[in-house]
Design a binder for this molecule. Sequence first.
Ligand SMILES: Cc1ncc(COP(=O)(O)O)c(C=O)c1O
Length: 354
Amino acid sequence: MKLTVDEKIKNVPHYPKAMMYGFEDGWTILSSNENPFPPSPKVISAVLDALPTLNRYPGGEAELKAAIAASYSLEAGQVLIGNGSNELIEMCLKAMQHPTKNGVIISEPSFAFYQIAAQVYGFEVKKVPVTDMSVDLTKLKDLIDEKTRLIFLNNPLNPTGTIFEEKAFDEFVRSIPDDILIVVDEAYAEFAENTSFPQSIQYINSFPVIVLRTFSKAYGLAGLRVGYGLGEASLMSFLERTKQPFSVNTIALIAARTALSDKDYLKKILENNKKGKQFFYKTLEGLSLEYVPTEANFFLIKVGPEAGTITKKLFDKEVLVRFMGAYGLSDYIRVTIGTMEENTRFIEVLKKLL
Ligand SMILES: Cc1ncc(COP(=O)(O)O)c(C=O)c1O
């Protein structure tokens, strides 16, 4: 008997959505820039169908590469799949290890894993402070020296949500020596609305540029760990040598391929994000609270010197956000845009605390 998607989903036992964090249902989790919605029903259906094949090692990486390549009009050899984009960050570092040319440049603040992974693989990390909460490509270029091996750019930038634009990126890429690998981490690119967001993928054939994307955010598959990299074919084949075989599991491969084809789901997610953004901007302006306008699914709110205490008090009310003290922004909290219900609950609790 063939079940419909709805029937299949109905037969899956219900687990409280926040169980993996050790929290009960009802918590408002706006701390890790996750997608607030479950994966698309088409993804859940494809995953359920794949369960009986789990006695086999994963197949389907070639199919996912082909589907991603087709969506960008690239060749399959220009795509690398990883266990989250975190694995691709590691692959870049592993492949580029060198006894003396061991410098990495990152923006500060930026996604914490760049520094952690770079140090694990023996690189020396130099950090360039943001200017007006944005990656400063000019200052970054000034820090390049004979040891520089890799540059990690993050666009939109986690944790500020800002972007650098096409023109600045173009000038930057053209000015960098071609023995330096530029990794452009675009984990949140799908959310960017600014039309000047760089077309970075157009640079991969002519410059040592790798673009990283993920299924963890807009596609709602953070729990499955699938990311991908796009770059010039011989570079990608070189990086692939550092990858553990079968690092992306069967279910993740099938889910990602299905998610990529479900355009309606992506549209719904992006619309929710846009609506959430407008709600937050209007509400925070009404409360005279400063915020950093965002191109991502999270943003910074300046709540003042009590930001750490406010984060704790929000936690006591079962609302999770991220205090930015560890990122040198001790007046700020970072808030993920959730469902409208979650956004409203966060604002209600915040208002009482202020
Ligand atoms: C900027 C950035 N890059 C990469 C990642 C890692 O994503 P993935 O889940 O694909 O490993 C994150 C996760 O939050 C992120 O914020």
